[in-house]
Design a protein around this ligand. Structure first.
Ligand code: NAP
Length: 310
């Protein structure tokens, strides 16, 4: 495969990557898709997808991604289970080097690498990662059944995590640094219901000062609040304060100050280098929905088709 020059290599297997693959395959471009280390991306850890049009049975993110991947595979997309380590994107033929050492050459590349969970940056958070600190309730919530946990953040992700944990834990605190929420109101309202029943509690205007533990596991959260310092006894801390785009490996491309790939250099999904396109969360810090990522993946594949037609 290393000698071959592909029409299009897609990097990433979330909604953007899979949709790009479906469209590219149907256009006869024989796409190759490099899955990355978390096939399916962020969505695979979402317990329930309530806003994918038509999917009113609310599939899990994992199930939805399995279907999208299968769809792309059935149309002939070649999936490679590996990660891009190095890229050289200038010129007519692009080169991507994978962790295995394999080199992929392609006329075009669609980058759909998504974004990774952001952490608070406290040394104690680092110390207790995997020992009570997590950024994924669906992955780790199980370990905190009938225990007390705190979720940090005020966006939709924090509320989704907190609501999910209410079904498992004895008590869930939602700790947020101010009073207003970025989250969808419907999620806030659902969490409020748990708060009214005593199962959950808002802790607002509170910033995390330290995650305390006994060396082996988390025991408490030390918070800075307007009145001073406050401690919450907790067994687990779920950090849900947004994501960082996974774009470091594409350093030749122009990014904004947050590291998101800049697009719109000609066609909507075109990056700053000819023949390189981007879709989904790696290039979008505004919408960041599964459905908008899928839409951008579709646009990127159509932009590739036009580009290859000259
Ligand atoms: P987000 O909307 O950017 O929210 C991040 C939250 O973390 C904000 O409340 C922010 O506080 C807080 N935060 C950021 N840095 C912090 C720090 N250093 N310390 C303490 N708090 C900090 O991110 P998100 O919740 O991950 O959502 C991302 C996108 O995905 C959004 O567009 C969202 O709508 C979408 N999403 C949708 C669903 C759904 O089910 N519909 C689920 C998950 C995500 P401030 O508000 O004070 O800045």
């Amino acid at each position: 495969m290393s000698e071959q020059i592909h029409n299009v290599v897609i990097v990433g297997s979330g909604p953007a990557g899979c949709t790009a693959a479906i469209y590219a395959a149907r256009a006869g471009l024989s796409p190759v898709l490099v899955e990355g280390m978390e096939p399916g991306g962020q969505l695979t850890t979402t317990p329930e997808i309530g806003n994918w049009p038509g999917a009113f049975e609310m599939p899990s993110g994992f199930d939805l991604m399995q279907k999208l991947q299968q769809h792309a595979r059935d149309l002939g997309t070649v999936f490679i289970s590996d990660k891009v380590e190095k890229s050289s994107l200038k010129g007519k033929v692009k080169s991507l080097t994978l962790s295995s050492g394999q080199e992929l050459k392609s006329r075009t590349v669609i980058i759909c690498t998504g974004a990774a969970a952001r952490y608070l940056g406290l040394p104690s958070e680092e110390q207790y990662k995997g020992k009570g600190v997590s950024a994924c309730a669906t992955c780790d919530g199980f370990f905190f059944r009938n225990k007390t946990v705190a979720v940090i953040g005020g966006g939709s992700a924090a509320f989704v995590e907190a609501i999910y944990l209410c079904g498992l834990c004895s008590k869930v605190y939602l700790v947020h640094r101010r009073e207003g929420f970025r989250s969808e109101q419907v999620l806030v309202d659902k969490f409020k219901q748990f708060a009214e029943s005593g199962k959950a509690q808002f802790v607002l205007n509170a910033t995390v000062d330290e995650i305390k533990g006994d060396g082996n596991k988390v025991t408490a959260l030390r918070l800075k609040v307007p009145e001073g310092i406050k401690e919450l006894e907790v067994d687990g801390v779920f950090v849900a304060i947004g994501h960082n785009p996974a774009t470091e490996v594409f350093s030749e491309l122009q990014c904004d100050e947050g590291g998101y790939l800049k697009t719109g250099f000609g066609p909507e999904t075109a990056t700053s280098l000819e023949g390189v396109f981007a879709a989904g969360d790696c290039a979008d810090h505004v919408y960041r929905q599964a459905i908008t990522s899928a839409g951008q993946g579709c646009k990127a594949a159509l932009d590739v088709e036009h580009y290859l037609q000259g």
